[in-house]
Ligand binder design. Structure first.
Ligand code: SF4
Length: 210
């Protein structure tokens, strides 16, 4: 990141963190991926059971590898045969990791899901939810802008990533489809956390995820 963009990101992160605080959520700012990794590990006590939804950003900062190699009970959905059991175990996990499809500068989080395992675990179940969010996910203050990002950037890229047969994989933008392959089945807007210290957002001075 150039110095000038880093300066803007640091200022914007202050605004986002204030917005999160007003919503009973906690925000952290990391200048680098390494700082973000250190903060995430500080928030996850050793011995914790940890699982995740779609979280490319958690991979990109090295968090998933660190959890697999460290003293944690990491539930790896991709490595077990019984996917349903792993999904259900997520609701009882100590920590759930997630990326963010988009967020407002006022701290509202937007996530879209096909199977809904990710958005349902964000909404309730795991004792702590940690989002890893590159500053590229932060939109303006209005929710409409964040919804547009989630639908027109994050979802089409994810549809490409999974090789789905949806209109957006041909046009690059959302066509509001009802295709059987659609990944846009459930939309979760997290505007407040009922439980203090449950939702943490680590903002990273970098472009992460989609
Ligand atoms: S609604 Fe359909 S076209 Fe739009 S992003 Fe989702 S999968 Fe793609």
């Amino acid at each position: 990141m150039s110095e000038i963009i880093s300066k803007r990101n640091a200022l914007l992160a202050e605004t986002v963190i204030k917005g999160l605080k007003s919503r009973n959520m906690t925000g952290w700012y990391a200048e680098t991926r390494e700082e973000a990794l250190a903060k995430a590990l500080e928030l996850i006590p050793e011995g914790s059971s940890v699982t995740m939804g779609g979280a490319v950003s958690a991979h990109e900062i090295g968090l998933v590898q660190a959890l697999k190699e460290g003293n944690y009970r990491f539930i790896d959905r991709d490595a077990v045969a019984d996917k349903r059991a792993a999904m259900l175990a997520a609701y009882d996990a100590d920590v759930f990791l997630s990326g963010v499809n988009a967020m407002t500068s006022d701290g509202i989080l937007v996530n879209i899901d096909g199977n809904a395992n990710r958005v349902s675990a964000i909404a309730q179940g795991p004792r702590k939810v940690i989002f890893i969010a590159g500053m590229n996910k932060v939109c303006g203050a209005d929710l409409d802008g964040a919804m547009k990002r989630a639908r027109n950037v994050a979802a089409p890229v994810n549809a490409q990533r999974f090789g789905l047969s949806t209109p957006c994989t041909k046009t690059g933008t959302c066509m509001d489809c009802k295709s059987p392959d659609t990944i846009c089945c459930q939309f979760l807007i997290t505007r407040f956390s009922r439980h203090a210290d449950r939702i943490h957002v680590i903002l990273v001075n970098d472009n992460l995820g989609f």
